[in-house]
Design a protein around this ligand. Structure first.
Ligand code: SAM
Length: 274
């Protein structure tokens, strides 16, 4: 009996990672291997991505996305880039808010689903069809200071070179342009952290096995290890040229919404800030 209780306590403490531990991700891919593995994983799971995503977040991702778009606080008609747009959830909500939307993603499979979903959407009748482009987050095919806003949902941990992607976000946003990053997070309260760990480390891989791709949905919870901690992310944003960085936690800290405003002028050829 005592041994059973000790084992149960040990299993619980295994699940309880510290809220923001530094990456010890020895088994997680890095560099070019990560870039290609992430691309082919999203190509594979694109068909079932929306279904599993809704179940995984209890459908809460939709209100969180709407909240992110509201947090941009931009007037209708603004040019908003959705980086790593996936199957187009953010693109659709942005277009419904009257924005001119450019969705960008590296995965051809995800873009195909986004394109099929947005092609016949009633929004197209009103001229609000998002433009979809295939590109890597480190090389956005957009002019400097050409966007009023940028959203990025659940993608930060999938980038191989996050600081370079954040530099690109800063480059394409005009001074005063707004950024909204929606991402998973690790709760700081031990109870919430345990619940979050059980759901993401045990239940989500099971959902993935039943409905989609087992490897992908055991990778996704582990990919949290790639995320910088909140001060680290805030520092990256500040160094790239953002100010008023604000972080709100969602669902007891299992997700986060980070907003920021682009300041000054984008770096010139000499790299100097005006
Ligand atoms: C978890 S999905 C999120 C999709 C969508 N933003 C959402 O909120 O549902 C991560 C997305 O990031 C994209 N992605 C990963 N690495 C990328 C990169 N280097 N450049 C552009 N997109 C990338 C993937 O193809 C995938 O569509």
């Amino acid at each position: 009996m005592r041994r059973a209780m000790l084992n149960a306590a040990r299993r619980a403490s295994d699940l309880l990672a510290p809220p923001h531990r530094p990456s010890t991700a020895t088994s997680l891919p890095t560099g070019e291997v990560k870039t290609l593995a992430v691309e082919s994983m999203f190509d594979r799971i694109s068909g079932r991505y929306d279904l599993v995503n809704r179940l995984m977040t209890f459908g809460l991702d939709i209100p969180w996305r709407r909240r992110s778009v509201r947090a941009l606080a931009l007037p209708p008609g603004s040019v908003v880039v959705d980086l790593a747009c996936g199957t187009g959830d953010f693109c659709e909500i942005l277009a419904r808010s009257g924005h001119r939307v450019i969705g960008i993603d590296r995965s051809a499979g995800m873009l195909e689903v986004a394109s099929a979903r947005l092609r016949d959407h009633p929004l197209t009748r009103y001229g609000y069809q998002p433009v979809l482009l295939r590109s890597d987050g480190t090389e956005l095919p957009l002019r400097t200071a050409s966007a009023d806003g940028l959203t990025c949902g659940f993608a930060l941990r999938n980038f191989t070179d996050l600081p370079s992607v954040i530099d690109e976000m800063a480059r394409v946003l005009r001074p005063g342009g707004r950024l909204a990053l929606l991402e998973v997070s690790v709760p700081s309260s031990p109870i919430a952290r345990l619940g979050n760990a059980i759901w993401f480390n045990r239940c989500v891989p099971l959902l993935g096995r039943l409905l989609s791709d087992p490897d992908a949905y055991s990778y996704l919870p582990r990919s949290v290890e790639y995320l910088p901690d909140p001060p680290g992310l805030a520092q990256m944003l500040t160094e790239a040229g953002f100010a008023t960085v604000c972080r709100r936690t969602l669902l007891a800290g299992s997700a986060q919404l980070v907003t920021a405003t682009r300041v000054g002028m984008p770096p010139g050829p000499s790299g100097s800030q005006a």
